[in-house]
Write a new protein. Structure first.
Length: 386
């Protein structure tokens, strides 16, 4: 037997967050850094291939973290716990990175709708804090193998986080030279075939419908989950690669010009200040002349992105972050798209609770399919009990 963990993500933004991003006694899961995927456990014998998966959840908890705190992930279906995965929290300076990976003894082949509950165990107080409940879909993706003259199939399993295509967060990233005037970085997700990830060059922003300008879009995509479907030796391979994008808005700072500490001019043009342009912002993330995503949010008189209505309805984020609305273009550039999961929720299946969240997305029509029907005669796995 052997199992293969998927590509790891760095702590990224969360590793740079100041300890003041959460109240001293709070524990907040940074959804911009959360990553859920499945690793493969494969057992090949003369009789055939038996394939299962292990759960992998990686992220960062912000708050009054300390050693030896722990993170626990309960993987459930039909009200029954299928597996519990626990790992140590690498706690330091107000945040704790973690990576919980199941072992072969906890390998599963349950597919379909599952629930995953992420909890933080505060060892000093002997208390467990539920941080985030996810409603996920585990998909079966078929691959071929031969036994004698027969071509048979076995399933591979991977989470299908279709709702992430409608999820986005903006982070007020602190700058060393301008602590009171952080930059903005957007986090969002996409799904593509190999080598076809979204690559945007600019962010075209308007305020209250009036164009403000085109600004550089820095950053790129990080692979968070992947799977391959290959039905026949002579057939094509179908690959699904999920990416988390981190997109910096260049030439723009939060706050007001009066709070700037650095003199611009000899160092380059002065940045655009959010505080000088309060109102309803809309920024098109553009690549090769096409809109890939549009981020919509409200900037207050203080020059910061205001909390989204979902945050007021219970979505918990670090104080340096805010949810933003995502508008997808009529021709979605992603490999596949299903609007139904986006109408139900976001951030790995957290149900929407605020009125207007779905309406703001202006969802286009479905495109392709994430999970296809199994080939004739293919067997494997257990459907999740509801």
């Amino acid at each position: 037997m052997s199992w293969k963990p998927l590509l790891s993500l760095s702590l990224g933004a969360a590793a740079l967050l100041p300890a003041t991003t959460a109240l001293a006694d709070d524990f907040v899961l940074d959804l911009a850094e959360l990553n859920v995927s499945l690793g493969e456990v494969r057992n090949e014998t003369d009789k055939g291939i038996d394939n299962k998966y292990v759960v992998r959840v990686k992220g960062t908890v912000i708050g009054a973290t300390a050693r030896p705190d722990r993170v626990v992930v309960d993987w459930k279906a039909g009200g029954k716990t299928l597996a519990t995965v626990e790992c140590d929290a690498d706690a330091s300076d107000g945040y704790a990175g973690f990576e919980c990976i199941g072992n072969e003894a906890s390998a599963l082949d349950t597919y379909g709708p599952v629930e995953a509950v992420v909890s933080y165990v505060d060892d000093s107080e002997d208390q467990t804090h539920v941080l985030h409940t996810m409603n996920l879909e585990v998909g079966r993706f078929w691959n071929w193998y031969q036994r004698g003259k027969k071509t048979l199939h076995y399933p591979k399993y991977q989470v299908v986080p279709a709702d992430l295509l409608g999820s986005a967060i903006v982070w007020h990233r602190p700058e060393n030279g301008e602590p009171d005037n952080p930059r903005l970085e957007f986090f969002t997700w996409s799904v593509h075939g190999e080598g076809n990830e979204l690559e945007g060059e600019t962010l075209r922003c308007s305020v209250d419908g009036k164009k403000l300008g085109d600004f550089p879009a820095s950053g790129g995509g990080e692979l968070s989950a992947e799977t391959i479907e290959w039905l026949d030796v002579n057939g094509p391979k179908r690959e699904l690669h999920w990416y988390r994008h981190r997109i910096g808005l260049g030439g723009v700072l939060a706050g007001k010009a009066a709070t700037l500490r650095r003199e611009y001019g000899k160092y380059g043009p002065a940045p655009v200040m959010l505080g000088d342009h309060p109102g309803a912002w809309s920024c098109d993330w553009r690549g090769r002349g096409k809109v890939l995503r549009t981020f919509a949010f409200v900037v207050g008189a203080d020059g910061r992105v205001q909390p989204h209505a979902e945050q007021k309805a219970g979505l918990v984020l670090p104080t340096s972050e805010a949810m933003v609305d995502v508008v997808l273009p009529a021709e979605v550039p992603d490999l596949a798209f299903d609007p139904k999961p986006l109408t139900a929720g976001g951030f790995y299946g957290r149900p929407w609770k605020a009125a207007g969240t779905v309406t703001a997305m202006k969802l286009p029509k479905a495109k392709g399919a994430f999970v296809q029907a199994p080939p004739k005669g293919a067997k494997g796995g257990k459907p999740a009990k509801k």
